[in-house]
Design a protein around this ligand. Structure first.
Ligand code: FES
Ligand SMILES: [Fe+2]
Length: 456
């Protein structure tokens, strides 16, 4: 039997060279060593989205989340500050809080009953003085805080890396586009309902890359929406607009209607909201937002967003926009848990909020039409990537997938008013190429040994 291939630096350098040529070795979608390296080299070092400030508005409000395999207890303390702890008891390590969300002043561990307050202090030990005596210093046994927590436009991120660059510098030029989605209205956005969670059998890169850089799939994968008359019959319909490559592996597509078609400005948002856009957005941001129908992209590595216009169910209903953020949490090389947040402008009229929610549920909710289409296809990508042929790492064998669209053929648009490198089409693999180049650079970073992961 042949040796199990090792994830060596020279192999990774070869992957990088391939990406720069516009192709990607298929084995990276299902390789356990790649997965282990990603957990340590990417997810343990970057900023990870945890939740929105509107989910925990009052002291004592909490939600439980994950950063890959680290359980997180995210809450608002008595001082109104946001805190994030490892959701693991400091006594024997069991998960402290098992609810998805709630409101409380203290958390009592279900194993031996140690109790912690909102500051993470150990404030209750069953039979404490009898079994530990006075000498045990309880202040040594507080909940463990995440090394870093920070927010932008109400979006709370955490990092396991004390030396991570600031959240602002991590988001970089993506902030300009997040402002359009999240900062356009007075008071920002609110999460409506609780985020939905579900599991699908794919690799996190497949979904991140799809949302980040793949408007090309819409005409085929989502063909049912064309047949139902929800999407235009034009096979180029998701190509119009701009694909913008941003720093740090992020990317966004700002999809417009075909030239000459009459679509409502600002994604059909109610006219009474427009003065807020004047107050909160710059003229350049408004210029982009006014003619955009769909915003879809990825904040590297695994936070994606989509803000399309979609029907709410009734045949005569106008298309209604929504804002949806989702985390593709890796839980193995071939498994992700999706957490999906529906967000809407706090100051939007109630009727719009409800229509927007229905629009989301019908399209990108767990049972939504478009969501179902994508999940099925992404599952098949990984199914087809696990076999002997797809996993062959022989660099001389042309075992690669095609990311060539637009390479050397499409030039950036110098008139684009926003930051980033903007190309005048969304049928393009520029964001995907940048995404994978950033990914491979992260795997290659700070490696001073020849072998990244020891032989299995
Ligand atoms: S593990 Fe929490 S009290 Fe023992
Ligand atoms: Fe899709």
């Amino acid at each position: 039997m042949a040796d199990v291939p090792r994830l060596r630096r020279d192999v990774l350098l070869e992957v990088k060279a391939k990406i720069q040529q516009g192709v990607l070795p298929q084995w990276v979608f299902a390789d356990p060593d790649v997965y282990r390296a990603e957990v340590h080299q990417i997810f343990a070092k970057t900023w990870n989205f945890l939740g929105h400030e509107s989910e925990i508005p009052r002291p004592g409000d909490y939600v439980t989340r994950w950063i890959v395999h680290d359980p997180v207890l995210l809450l608002r303390d008595e001082q109104g500050e946001i805190q994030a702890y490892l959701n693991s008891c400091t006594h024997r390590g069991t998960k402290l809080c098992t609810a998805d969300f709630g409101q409380r002043k203290t958390f009592t561990c279900p194993y031996h009953g140690w109790t912690f307050n909102l500051n993470g202090d150990l404030v209750g030990v069953i039979a404490g003085n009898k079994v530990y005596g006075q000498e045990m210093d309880r202040s040594q046994w507080s909940l463990r805080k995440l090394p870093r927590v920070a927010s932008y436009q109400g979006m709370i991120f955490g990092s396991l890396n004390p030396d991570a660059p600031s959240l602002m510098s991590f988001l970089g030029d993506l902030k300009w586009y997040l402002d359009i989605m999240l900062g356009r209205s007075d008071g920002g956005m609110e999460v409506r309902g609780v985020p939905q969670r579900w599991i699908i059998h794919t690799n996190w890169k497949v979904s991140s890359d799809n949302f980040g850089g793949d408007p090309y799939h819409t005409a085929m994968t989502h063909r049912s929406t064309v047949e139902l008359g929800i999407s235009p019959k034009d096979p180029m319909y998701a190509s119009y607009g701009h694909q913008v490559v941003l720093n740090h592996g992020h990317g966004i597509n700002l999809i417009t209607a075909k030239a000459g078609l009459n679509v409502p400005p600002y994604q059909g948002l109610p006219r009474e909201m427009w003065p807020m856009f004047e107050r909160n957005l710059t003229p350049a941001q408004r210029q982009v937002f006014e003619k955009t129908m769909i915003m879809v992209g990825t904040c590297f590595p695994n936070l994606s967003f989509v803000s399309p216009m979609h029907g709410t169910g009734g045949p005569d209903e106008p298309l209604t926009s929504f804002v949806n953020f989702r985390v593709w949490r890796p839980i193995g090389p071939a498994k992700i848990e999706i957490t999906s947040w529906f967000m809407v402008d706090k100051q939007a009229p109630e009727a719009f909020k409800e229509a927007s929610y229905l629009s989301y549920i019908g399209s990108f909710g767990p049972a939504g039409t478009l969501e179902q289409d994508d999940a099925e296809i992404w599952t098949r990508v990984v199914e087809a990537s696990q076999g002997t042929m797809a996993q062959d790492k022989d660099v001389h064998y042309n075992n690669v997938l095609n990311y060539l669209m637009g390479l050397g053929r499409v030039e950036p648009d110098p008139t684009w008013p926003g930051p980033g490198i903007a190309y005048p089409t969304c049928y393009l693999d520029a964001i995907s190429r940048a995404f994978y180049e950033h990914w491979i650079d992260a795997l290659l970073a700070e490696q001073d040994t020849d072998v990244l992961v020891p032989n299995r």
